[in-house]
Design a protein around this ligand. Structure first.
Ligand SMILES: [Zn+2]
Length: 289
């Protein structure tokens, strides 16, 4: 048993329970142990792009049950391990093995070779999955609503509109039944051809985005995660059926299985001046069917 294969993850297919074998136990600092399994349903936060937070839940071995206090991506190059923000490379970088580290109280009795059952808080996962699907849809609807604000050819998003979201995003956080995206409209975006006047009245912008979102939700398209493999580091893609198009976005998170699970997705905007430009915050809220 070794860390060389990394962790097989089952959350992309929607699993909220798994049974695995403990591959490694390490001191994670702050009185916590990092428990690494060969297989888990537990979604960890990825420090390289921490949009979706870690799941909540517990880990049970023959010695007892522990609350999982946090779950992070860890990595090794063969000697020693690094966890969370200490991982110096993006998940998937060649030459590294990536795994899910479940952080539990340091007093827990967990040993290499133990069988471990992981149970994820399904209600919290469901709320994050709804928030993550809505976040992707809102970004595409925003790109479409701003498509006329570009004076030059810009890289395209998954639906062919100029990729405002990808070019301007500073921070993206998935919340239970929502998300919060922060964009910066500064010199570099203007140089790429974006006209900041195109934002116009923010309530009118929100109305355009919300009308597009309502049409997409009403169509109730299927959502799925395509994956190159089952390991944490394997590339995964969010695929969503929309009227007349199929949107594909690289994504390591969790999602609903159908837009029919959502009753509404709406956004609101706030803009504030920052040095050299404007910071735009898009808050997305989900209603579930
Ligand atoms: Zn995503």
């Amino acid at each position: 048993m070794s860390l060389a294969a990394g962790t097989v993850v089952t959350y992309p297919a929607g699993a909220v329970r798994s049974v695995g074998t403990v591959l490694h136990v390490a001191d994670a600092g702050e009185g916590r142990l990092a428990v690494i399994l060969d297989r888990t349903a537990f979604h960890p936060v990825d420090s390289a792009w921490p949009d979706q937070p870690a799941d909540r839940g517990s880990l049970r071995t023959a010695a007892g049950e522990s609350v999982v206090l946090d779950a992070v991506v860890g990595a090794t190059r063969g000697e020693g391990i690094v966890l969370g923000p200490d991982v110096p490379v993006r998940t998937g970088t060649d030459g590294w093995t990536f795994f899910v580290a479940h952080l539990v109280d340091g007093a827990a009795t967990v040993s290499v070779g133990d069988s471990a059952e992981v149970t994820v808080d399904a209600a919290y996962r469901g709320a994050l999955s709804a928030g993550h699907t809505a976040c992707h849809l809102a970004s595409l609807a925003l790109d479409a609503a701003l498509a006329d604000s570009w004076r030059k050819e810009a890289p395209a998003d998954a639906l062919g509109a100029p990729a405002f979201d990808a070019l301007a995003i500073q921070d993206s956080r998935i919340l239970p039944d929502g998300s919060r995206d922060v964009y910066r409209i500064g010199k570099s975006l203007r140089r790429r051809g974006f006209d900041p006047d195109g934002l116009g009245d923010l309530d009118a912008l929100a109305a355009r985005v919300n009308a597009q979102l309502a049409a997409w939700i009403a169509a109730g398209g299927v959502v799925r995660i395509e994956r190159d493999g089952d390991a944490l580091a394997d590339r995964r893609t969010w695929v969503c059926e929309l009227p007349g198009a199929e949107a594909r976005i690289p994504c390591g998170g969790t999602h609903v299985a159908s837009l029919g699970e959502l009753s509404a997705v709406t956004v609101a905007f706030e803009a504030s001046p920052v040095e050299g430009g404007v910071e735009l915050v898009m808050t997305t809220t989900v209603g579930r069917a």
